[in-house]
Structure formats: structure tokens, C-alpha cells
Ligand binder design. Structure first.
Ligand SMILES: C[S@@+](CC[C@H](N)C(=O)[O-])C[C@H]1O[C@@H](n2cnc3c(N)ncnc32)[C@H](O)[C@@H]1O
Length: 236
């Protein structure tokens, strides 16, 4: 069986599968005004670590969407064991249900890059309220890479292409976002806080090939650490 990088994350059940983990999520959310009246859509929710945090902390309406059945199963288990009233949707961000103008916030933590970005951003704009806010943590190409290097990364992660900051800005604008703030995520040197550590929910027997994928991911992360960056985008 050939596994993709995302299959690997789902079978290991990696929670907080984005740079900065839950700690960065908490920081980003703490800058927003969120009360019980707000509705938040956590797209590509994975195993639901962020959704569960939001529902517990803010007691607002949380909807979690993903298109990977293994992720959805693990997220649903997490929510029911914590007795959290989170709505779980099996769907793709590229074509979401009829949620027009429903959400105050969309959170996309290392998700949009894996999709057709133009389509997805149009969908985000459609399902947000007129003043709704998109919060996204995404990978950015910071220095040019050879065709071969780009192909290695694109093939491994299953993404269509790597975007620069200005590519992202243009795509957000094209989707109708007017105010776009962009900040680089700088990984703290002493980052061994419990909140940045991921949690795991393993599926049965783990195939050795999955360990190889994790190793390759670590290798690529190290190799391209000065050429790829992670950015926080706030768009409304
Ligand atoms: C790197 S993981 C991040 C998961 C989660 N946001 C987190 O931080 O732990 C990417 C997630 O996006 C989901 N995903 C990828 N493409 C998607 C799509 N088109 N629609 C919905 N979810 C998608 C994957 O299934 C996976 O759960």
C-alpha cells in the first residue's frame, strides 16, 4: 500500500498537526473577541484537538470539517469522550455545504495548502459572515528552489504548488478578502511546552512504511528549514 503524508497523519492520529501546535492556536485565538454567540468553523480539523479546545474554552458554536474518514472518526471519538457539542461534517473545503454567511471565524491550521487554494479561499469567503475572519497557518516558500526540489516537496506533501507570501496575498485578495495581515511564525528556541507537543491516537497496527514517511517528513523539514517558513494569515 502506498500511503500519502496525510494518510500517515491520520493513521498516527496526530493532534495539533501544524507548526506551533496548540500553543500557537491559543495565542492566535486570544487576540480575537470570541464569546458564546460566535460560530467557528475548524476546517481540516484532523483529530479535533483545536475544535475541542475552542468548545471548552469559549463555549461557542463549533463546527469541525474534514474529508479524511480516519481523522473524522478520531475527532468524533474525542468530542464524545469529552461530551462536547461539536458539529462534525464530512466534506471538502473546496466544496462546502450550504453554509452561506454562517461563520464568524474560520480556522485553517495547515490545511489550505493541501487543497486547490483558489477554490478553497472562495469557499471560505462564501461561508463567512460579511465581517467574518479567516485565521490560517500555512506553509510559505521563502527562497527559490530548483524544479527538482519543488517537485520533491510537492509530490511528498501532495500539494499543487508552494506559494510565496505575495502569492498568498494575491489569492486572498482575489477571493474577496480586503484586510490581510501576515506574520511569520518564529519557533521559540526553548519550545518544549506541553501545549506545543502533539497528541496521538494510533490506528491498530502501524505499517513500517508509515514510519518511513514520518522520517522523510523530518528530513525534508530539516533540509528546507531556511527556505520554507510558516505564516499566520488573518483575513477579513
Ligand atoms: C496537516 S493536517 C492538519 C490537521 C489539523 N488542522 C491540525 O492542526 O491538527 C491537514 C488536515 O487537512 C485535511 N484536509 C486536506 N484536504 C482537505 C480538504 N480538501 N477538505 C477538508 N479537509 C482536508 C486532512 O484530512 C487533515 O486532517
Amino acid at each position: 500500500m502506498n500511503y500519502s503524508y496525510l494518510d500517515c497523519l491520520s493513521l498516527f492520529g496526530v493532534g495539533g498537526a501544524h507548526p506551533g501546535g496548540l500553543k500557537l492556536t491559543k495565542t492566535i485565538l486570544s487576540r480575537e473577541y470570541i464569546d458564546q454567540e460566535k460560530s467557528i468553523l475548524d476546517v481540516g480539523c484532523g483529530t479535533g484537538q483545536t475544535s475541542a479546545y475552542i468548545a471548552k474554552k469559549y463555549r461557542c458554536s463549533v463546527t469541525s470539517l474534514d474529508n479524511n474518514p480516519t481523522m473524522l472518526k478520531k475527532a468524533t471519538q474525542r468530542f464524545s469522550s469529552l461530551q462536547l457539542p461539536i458539529k462534525v461534517i464530512d466534506g471538502s473545503v473546496e466544496k462546502m455545504p450550504h453554509f452561506d454567511g454562517l461563520f464568524d471565524f474560520i480556522l485553517s491550521e495547515s490545511v489550505t495548502s493541501f487543497t486547490d487554494v483558489s477554490l478553497t479561499l472562495q469557499e471560505f469567503k462564501r461561508v463567512l459572515k460579511p465581517n467574518g475572519v479567516l485565521l490560517a497557518i500555512e506553509i510559505v516558500l521563502e527562497e527559490s528552489l530548483s524544479e527538482e526540489e519543488l517537485k520533491t516537496l510537492v509530490d511528498f506533501y501532495g500539494i499543487s504548488r508552494l506559494l510565496t507570501v505575495s502569492d498568498w496575498r494575491n489569492l486572498f485578495q482575489k477571493a474577496g478578502f480586503k484586510q490581510i495581515s501576515i506574520n511569520k511564525y518564529k519557533q521559540p528556541l526553548d519550545d518544549n511546552d506541553i501545549d506545543t507537543s502533539t497528541d496521538f491516537s494510533l490506528s491498530g497496527n502501524i505499517d513500517e512504511k508509515l514510519l518511513e514517511i514520518l522520517e522523510k517528513h523530518e528530513h525534508l523539514t530539516k533540509t528546507y528549514k531556511d527556505k520554507l517558513g510558516y505564516y499566520i494569515f488573518r483575513c477579513c
